[in-house]
Design a protein around this ligand. Structure first.
Ligand code: ADP
Ligand code: MG
Length: 345
């Protein structure tokens, strides 16, 4: 047996990276969430080779002070919470202070930023090691750019698990889709290997939002869905969005988006409630399509369940279940008969 020793920061970060950085799509998720947390309303994303060779994200958000740049790449360093109480009602997408440290331990990362009120931009980089303490002058408009090159170049075991360029890009695109569906007032551009894949303008009107939906999910989803917006008076829970008509059911559960306070989540309680609402109007084996947003007091939901924050825990899951079920069930009950009759296929 060897003696006990402390892990080096780099190794500790690489181990932590195992939890949050599975593939290029996970990097994109973390970077996009940071940009959204920084108040950006324009986000440009350039990717190459499924994101493995390059992920470059530029935003027009708040930016990072020169003095904070090295800290941004350190583990457990965050500007988003200071006390445990903050976690009870966290409004930001991030709060663990781990993403940039993890990503920079398994890639070549450069962070360049200029806060709006300052004249100069500065950059720091890390090459899969502890980041260089050097903060160097750079040219950059107000906002932040994070460039991630050669993901997993120093962790061959992880690199082996990557799939084809096409598959990795599909995952990455799905992440962009989800976040674009969670923030209509933010414009997104996504390029892959120099080609523009999605160009989404900020969408403030109902019509513009449906246009974005059509761009991301297809025109069919918009024409064959109903919009809803329901608030429960007693609890203050709100459910809004679009539910696909039963006639628009799908062979796969590939168009199901459920957001809780702006965060895309997978949750058994919610899935069950939605399923149950559609139960009488869908053939066995068919899946409903939906884009739904649940809003509730942040104190009623725990988002610190898993590092990727794909799961949440509702403090009153019965209440949530019944509200979602009842709301959707009523919408379905009010549909015209021709929108309900399931088509074979
Ligand atoms: P977390 O998001 O959990 O705080 P990260 O490692 O993702 O942790 O980011 C560390 C810190 O770096 C953030 O708290 C934030 O202050 C800063 N930061 C990261 N990305 C951006 C960005 N695009 N714009 C402004 N600040 C950023
Ligand atoms: Mg973050």
């Amino acid at each position: 047996m060897s003696r006990i020793h402390l892990l080096s920061p780099q190794l500790a970060n690489q181990i932590a990276a195992g939890e949050v950085v599975e593939r290029p799509a996970s990097v994109v998720k973390e970077l996009l969430e940071n940009s959204l947390d920084s108040g950006a309303d324009r986000i440009e994303l350039d990717t190459e080779q499924g994101g493995v060779k390059l992920i470059r994200l530029r935003d027009n958000g708040r930016g990072i002070d020169k003095a904070d740049l090295p800290l941004a790449l350190s583990r457990h360093a965050t500007s988003k919470i200071t006390a445990l109480e903050d976690l009870e009602a966290v409004g930001s997408l991030g709060f663990r202070g781990e993403a940039l440290a993890s990503i920079s331990s398994v890639s070549r990362l450069t962070l360049t930023s200029r806060p709006g009120e300052q004249d100069n931009a500065w950059a720091v980089s890390a090459q899969g090691r502890d980041m260089a303490a050097d903060v160097v002058p750079a040219a950059h408009p107000a906002g932040t750019t994070v460039e991630v090159r050669d993901l997993f170049f120093n962790t061959p075991a992880r690199r082996k698990f990557l799939k084809t360029e096409k598959t990795e890009f599909r995952h990455l695109e799905e992440v962009v889709k989800r976040l674009a569906l969670s923030c209509y007032d933010v414009g997104f551009n996504l390029r892959h290997n120099g080609k523009m894949i999605h160009q989404l303008r900020p969408a403030s009107s109902e019509q513009a939002r449906e246009q974005r939906l059509a761009q991301l999910l297809g025109k069919g989803f918009v024409s064959e869905s109903v919009a809803l917006d329901v608030v429960a008076e007693a609890s203050g829970l709100r459910l809004w969005g679009w539910m696909g008509l039963p006639t628009f059911s799908r062979a796969q559960a590939d168009q199901q988006y459920f957001f809780v306070n702006g965060r895309v989540i997978r949750d058994k309680v919610v899935t069950h409630a939605v399923r149950q609402a559609y139960q009488d109007v869908l053939f066995h084996g068919r899946h409903p399509a939906y884009v739904l947003y649940l809003e509730l007091d942040p104190a009623l939901v725990d988002v610190n369940v898993h590092p990727t924050k794909h799961e949440v825990r509702f403090r009153e899951s019965r209440l949530v279940h019944d509200f979602v079920f009842r709301t959707l069930y009523r919408v379905i009950a009010d549909l015209r008969p021709q929108d309900v009759a399931p088509v074979q296929g």
